[in-house]
Design a protein around this ligand. Structure first.
Ligand code: F0G
Length: 451
């Protein structure tokens, strides 16, 4: 199978530009028009497996680090660097759990609901799928230092991967905007932390300028190599469904990297003839950070063959600036109002005939408690998927017998404050507070009504 980087190149997604660049450069935005860049492949030069199930044969060769990786096992589908540059710390050992109990609680048929637990990655979130790819590119081009803006998970993952392959790293976070579980990781992994008086969007803007001025390698999802790694989340879902495509993928929407890469994955798999249909995509925003939902549903913004109406976006962002708007949600991972991958996400929605909706913080914490009750648990942003699914079932968009895969993007222990407050403060119907009792045997036994 091919091992060369020359089969891949970068291309601007703007159909009026389509400028091309080789993969030896760290650009992250088209130098000609400023639009987003895609990684493209000369597929006819890549020796592809004839069917997806051929990838699974690599399970028998798991002492090879690339075959062990849940990302690089699919390496022909992200063939932008030679094996010697590929960085891996065992990412992508995640599972797709068929969850009939939660399905039943939501009124779905048994065998309809699947939870893709990305919290099982080395740093506890889906980000590791992308970081392994971004840092492989960084190694390939000889980068020495990396940076990102983050609501927490990107910084944890970046710090882990940077450390593992000898790059320096700096994290830009908004003051008070990051869950402690995540901050503790990046500090522990040795990341330098710059805490800005502002929100994620402020950090995202600053980090781009810092990286440009200081020649630092940016690992936010503006980085198209990162999104290549995240495609494999979809491959693993299909793999675990016996190489069948589900009817729906449900994913939280923040900076919109996942939805962009999922759309690209299905576009490429369909074009390569490896799947015969694409699933539908549901992207769930929090009401306190609902830019995509607003632009897609209220303003009718669409991909339109790449001719996205920029004036609609510009006008909305001008309004955010004029009103000094800052997003707020308990799902701090998706507390983002200027998602950098908006246009690629619109393409994903187009490819997958997608829908977008928003859910409240109350709905998110209730859904989160249900995932905990019936599954492995997840962080608030991830539970937005289940909260959104409830709406889609209620209005008939998703049938109770359709096969749905919800991507649980982050581990339950990332943001324990939200969980503890929900239970202790009895915030919802699934609250499960501890029972206070005196240090007295009879009193303790009298309170143990449930054993
Ligand atoms: N879920 C979790 C747990 C996240 O950490 C993020 C993003 C998302 C969902 C949203 O994904 O950006 O692909 O739409 N977290 C970023 C961070 C922004 O800095 O950790 P997206």
């Amino acid at each position: 199978m091919s091992n060369s980087s020359s089969v891949a190149f970068q291309r601007c997604i703007n159909p009026a530009c389509k400028a091309e660049f080789d993969c030896g450069q760290a650009l992250f935005k088209c130098p000609k028009c400023g639009d987003l860049l895609d990684i493209c492949y000369e597929w006819d030069k890549i020796e592809m497996p004839s069917k997806l199930s051929d990838f699974a044969k690599r399970w028998s060769n798991r002492n090879n680090r690339l075959d062990f990786s849940g990302v690089w096992r699919f390496r022909e589908l992200l063939s932008f660097c030679a094996d010697e540059h590929k960085v891996s710390i065992g990412e992508g050992q995640t599972l797709l759990q068929r969850n009939d109990d939660l399905a039943g609680a939501l009124g779905m048929d048994a065998g309809s609901l699947y939870l893709q637990y990305e919290g099982l990655n080395p740093s506890g979130s889906f980000k590791d799928n992308g970081m392994t790819a971004a840092f492989s590119h960084a190694k390939m081009i000889g980068a020495k230092s990396s940076a990102c803006a983050s609501t927490g998970n990107t910084s944890a993952s970046m710090a882990l991967y940077a450390h593992s392959c000898g790059l320096k790293c700096t994290v830009f976070i908004g003051s008070g905007r990051i869950a402690y579980g995540k901050l503790s990781q990046s500090m522990d992994y040795g990341g330098h932390t710059i805490q800005i008086q502002g929100d994620f969007d402020d950090c995202m803007k600053q980090v781009q300028d810092v990286c440009t001025q200081l020649g630092i390698y940016l690992v936010n999802s503006l980085n198209p190599f990162r999104l290549e790694g995240q495609k494999t989340i979809m491959l693993r879902i299909i793999e675990q469904l016996g190489w069948e495509v589900p009817d729906w993928i449900v994913v939280p929407g923040g900076n919109l990297g996942n939805s962009s890469s999922f759309g690209k994955a299905f576009m490429e798999l369909k074009q390569a003839g490896l799947i015969d249909r694409v699933p539908r995509l549901a992207i769930i925003n929090a009401t306190g950070a609902n830019t995509l939902c607003h632009l897609f549903n209220e303003k009718g913004l669409r991909w339109n063959d790449g001719n996205v109406d920029n004036s609609v976006i510009d006008e909305y962002y001008a309004e955010l600036t004029a009103t000094n708007y800052s997003p707020h949600t308990c799902a701090s991972a998706i507390e983002i109002s200027r998602p950098v991958n908006l246009k690629k996400c619109l393409r994903g929605l187009d490819v997958c005939n997608g829908v977008v909706l928003e859910v409240t913080d109350e709905e998110i914490v209730d859904a989160k408690a249900q995932v905990g009750l019936y599954g492995l648990g997840c962080e608030p942003a991830s539970a937005a998927t289940i909260a959104g699914l409830k709406y889609l079932l209620a209005d008939g968009t998703i049938g109770k017998d359709e096969r749905v895969a919800c991507v649980l993007t982050g581990h339950q222990l990332k943001n324990p404050n939200v969980t503890v407050n929900y239970h202790k403060e009895k915030q919802g119907p699934f609250s499960n507070p501890p029972i206070e009792v005196a240090n007295d045997l009879n009193e303790i036994i009298s309170k143990m009504s449930n054993v």
